[in-house]
Design a binder for this molecule. Structure first.
Ligand code: SAM
Length: 228
């Protein structure tokens, strides 16, 4: 089974020989890949959507891994219990705020695992902040580019971060800044370029013309209103 570069990188971060819960598993590619490559003992693949979980069930059956990878339909961590003895929770490919909500609602489970592997699609700064506020220490934080898109993968364990991050470290990741990451450099250059275009467009828009345009529209709309 060939994983995308992003999924491969997520799989690479998992500490070997544990029991994993993949929340929002969809196709279940990560647990299947990890099990087939002897990286984990077993897995629980969870999803809130019946359709997604069916994809997972079909793929798990295709590789005949039903005894090794369980599937559970549910919201976030609600179907995971302490008796599952999860070592690693993986949550990838969803928004950061949803991820925070899942960790918050399932905090009893999240506080009893060895590591979190998170790949938030947005609000990444808020995820880093949440981890620090909830006694998780970020031990790995990598940005990568796959098929033209930038992704960040964060690995965290229980523990207090002694030196809280500066604002820019929450936004871009402390390790990437310290490591002078080429990908981060490219990403920031790309963002600055886009912001400069937006700024230029704003500056070039003549406010008076825009006001006149809106006034004329209101006039026209009122005229139509009279006929109704
Ligand atoms: C874009 S897919 C990501 C799949 C896979 N984790 C990956 O990174 O390629 C997001 C999946 O998360 C599931 N999902 C969304 N909200 C969820 C929640 N609250 N609990 C569990 N799964 C959820 C969706 O049904 C969908 O299958």
């Amino acid at each position: 089974m060939d994983l995308s570069y992003r999924l491969n990188k997520i799989a690479e971060k998992v500490t070997i020989n544990g029991i994993i819960a993949d929340i929002g598993t969809d196709h279940a590619y990560i647990p299947i890949f990890l099990y087939k490559n002897n990286k984990i003992k077993s897995a629980i693949a969870c999803d809130i959507s019946k359709g997604s979980l069916q994809k997972a069930i079909d793929n798990i059956s295709k590789y005949n891994l039903q005894d090794n990878i369980q599937t559970r339909l549910g919201n976030g961590l609600e179907k995971i219990t302490l008796q599952d003895n999860i070592d690693t929770i993986i949550i990838a490919g969803m928004g950061g705020m949803l991820m925070i909500d899942i960790l918050e609602k399932g905090n009893i489970i999240a506080n009893n695992i060895k590591e979190l592997i998170l790949q938030p699609q947005k609000d990444i700064d808020k995820v880093r902040q949440y981890l620090h506020n909830n006694n998780f220490k970020i031990i790995d934080d990598e940005m990568l580019k796959d098929e033209g898109k930038y992704y960040t993968i964060i690995k965290a364990i229980k523990g207090k971060e002694e030196n809280l991050y500066k604002k820019e470290e929450y936004i871009f990741g402390k390790f990437e800044i310290e490591n002078k990451s080429e990908i981060l450099k490219e990403y920031i250059e790309d963002q600055v370029y886009k912001m400069e275009i937006v700024l230029k467009n704003i500056k070039e828009t003549n406010i008076q013309t825009r006001i006149l345009e809106i006034e004329n529209n209101i006039k026209m709309y009122r005229e139509v209103l009279k006929c109704l």
